[in-house]
Design a protein. Sequence first.
Length: 303
Amino acid sequence: MSEQTVTEPGVVTEPGAPSQVSAEEQRPVDAVAEAPAPVLAPDPDPVPAPGPTKARRVLWGVVRWTAAVLVCGGVGAGAAMGITAMERTDVPGLATEPDGRWDYPELALPALPDGSPRPFTDGNDGEVHHADLRKLLLAAPAGAKVDPKLNGGWVGLDAYLEVLVEKDRPDVKAYLTDSALRHVAARGWTMPDGTTTRIHLLRFSSVAFSEAYKDEAARAVYRGERLPPGVESAALDPSTRDVDVPNLTPYAYQEEEPYGSEQTRWSYIQAGDTLAVITQTRKGGVLTVPFQQTVALQAQLLG
């Protein structure tokens, strides 16, 4: 719709049309200059020019104040609109200080085969993930260097066993083989600050096997067994207690001090027939915020 403009009523002159000029105005300039100027005799009793009446003074005052209010209102509205359109971090005094969170891509659940329900919906009593397991892996955040061996595809069981010390690997491999483990998908990356993250998704033939392995792994940690390489002792990590995803409860652990050159944190997330194992290591200590963030986002993808 075109913009309409309201103009004051009056005579409209078409562009290019000759203007109507009176004969008096068309006289030569010299003729006008040569005419003698009239001599005005001074008024013996000059009368001052009549000033505006009280009503006119009030009217002009109202007009001036109205214009001032409109201008101020327009400036205020413009400023409000400008602040509303700005990002929070662009507004002085409202900027949010960085808290260490990583810049992950927006989460998106993968498509399901026709007629297949989500794992925790009516009609899916077995809590089975029908989506491609690789599509349920959390994507690497911005700035990460992806591990070419753990690039989001299928991996063998031995790739997962690398998160355990070598002496525990044979027993765990036998246990998982007996548990009818179906698939393992994994993704790993390293951030500029040196934090290394590895996520393994283990899909079992039933929710019973997945839950049993999660319970066994938790009991082993409690006994001080089946710990990640380099970890001598571990304790519960309270940082993931606030992760609120329906039907899921992350079990998180952290290497206790004194640790060596780097610290390890890891978490188990059992979601129906699938178990996620998230492991982070960092020289000087794993930071709480990115660890909690990674666990929460991976849980949301599985929930």
